[in-house]
Ligand binder design. Structure first.
Ligand code: KG4
Ligand code: ZN
Length: 349
């Protein structure tokens, strides 16, 4: 076991400074420092605030990960770091830290794609990934449906959001309803007391012509506007807004489309494994509906535990460990951060 390389993963693409340590498929440490509270009063992540918070949190988070795992930095065999997509200033902090460690320790560095890392993390919980599998990645920054032939090299986009990301819709609707940022967990909680059929909100890109032109794509901005209008009318009429019911009805509309299209992709592409990842995969209702719909179609569903769905360093270490295990060549030391790194590009050169 100790012959298996120890990989340190660094994640700084948004507001979480994550440092994970993984050996093979074994998670040894997952230290996360979040700057979310510093952004809350702005109702969204402020890039410069996030970058500065990463700078301050980096060294203590690396130290905490090593302490948790009971290893020394010198025991690390390879470094993996998210180099895109994400906020440029935030990514740069992680990439610079990873390069410094790679030089100081004289170890290889892997600049990896954040989206592939969201897929690879499931191996830490459920073992080797079935190949191929379909991955539905839903977070504050992305909503994508991917064909994953090989998480270390062959990822093909099937569809993506054409406007807001699913998590962004949760955050914006939460704000409309007077719930704190980030809104996803608050909507999730409020919705448990609400009636999902209270209002029938629109299901984006599910009309017949959209299913022709945008079969596996998503759109959440029309839904967000529909919720805003509904709330406006209610307030104009001087009536109270039933927050739990609106949260439940909105959440149902998002989840209905996400799960319907993900299951459709599996059936049409002949793939019997679906993996859901990203922050929105922490949603309790999404997990239930996805399980029901996959069971009905004989599709095996894999969703990491909520703590591994939101951004973390373990996911980057998990992908790094897989790259090392498969003998993929490391990145060069001058690898760039790429805020719009395409999903087809798993490792930076
Ligand atoms: O993956 P993540 O931590 O960061 C990004 O890469 O964006 O995802 C954060 C997003 C936020 O929009 C947050 O509201 C959403 O994930 N989220 C949730 C839940 N927990 C986090 N959305 C719905 N239900 C949840 N339980
Ligand atoms: Zn993410």
């Amino acid at each position: 076991m100790t012959d298996t390389p120890l990989v340190l993963g660094i994640e700084t693409s948004c507001d979480e400074t994550g440092v994970g340590l993984v050996r093979g498929h074994t998670l040894l440490a997952d230290a996360v420092a979040s700057s979310v509270e510093e952004h809350a009063r702005f109702g969204g992540v402020v890039p410069e605030v996030a970058s500065r918070a990463h700078l301050e949190a980096m060294v203590p988070t690396v130290e905490r990960a090593c302490a948790d795992a009971g290893v020394r930095l010198d025991d690390v065999d390879a470094i993996a770091v998210t180099c895109g997509p994400g906020l440029m200033g935030a990514l740069l902090v992680g990439v610079a830290a990873a390069k410094a460690l790679a030089v100081a320790l004289d170890r290889p560095i892997y600049g990896v794609n954040h989206l592939s890392a969201h897929v690879a993390v499931d191996q830490l919980e459920h073992g080797p990934l079935p190949e191929p599998c379909i991955a539905l990645l839903v977070s504050g920054g992305h909503s994508s449906l991917l064909m994953v032939e090989d998480v270390t090299g062959e990822v093909t986009p099937l569809g993506a959001t054409i406007d807001d990301a699913a998590g962004e819709a949760f955050d914006k609707v939460a704000r409309l309803l007077g719930l704190p940022f980030p809104g996803g967990p608050y909507i999730d909680r409020a919705a448990r007391e609400g009636k999902a059929t209270y209002v029938e909100f629109p299901r984006g890109l599910t009309a017949a012509h959209d299913m022709r032109d945008h079969r596996y794509d998503f759109s959440f901005s029309g839904l967000k506007t529909a919720v805003a209008r509904w709330v406006e009318v209610r307030e104009r009429d001087g009536e109270p807004v039933p927050v739990a019911d609106v949260a439940a009805a909105f959440q149902e509309a998002v989840i209905d489309v996400l799960t319907r299209k993900a299951v459709l992709a599996c059936l049409e592409q002949g793939v019997d494994h679906l993996l859901i990842g990203g922050g929105v995969a922490a949603n309790s209702r999404l997990r239930v509906v996805a399980q029901e719909r996959c069971d009905a179609q004989g599709i095996a569903l894999r969703v990491p535990r909520p703590g591994l769905c939101t951004d973390n360093g373990a996911m980057v270490a998990a992908l790094g460990a897989e790259l090392v295990a498969r003998g993929v060549a490391p990145s060069s030391l001058d690898l760039p951060a790429d805020s719009s790194m395409p999903v087809t590009h798993v490792v930076a050169q």
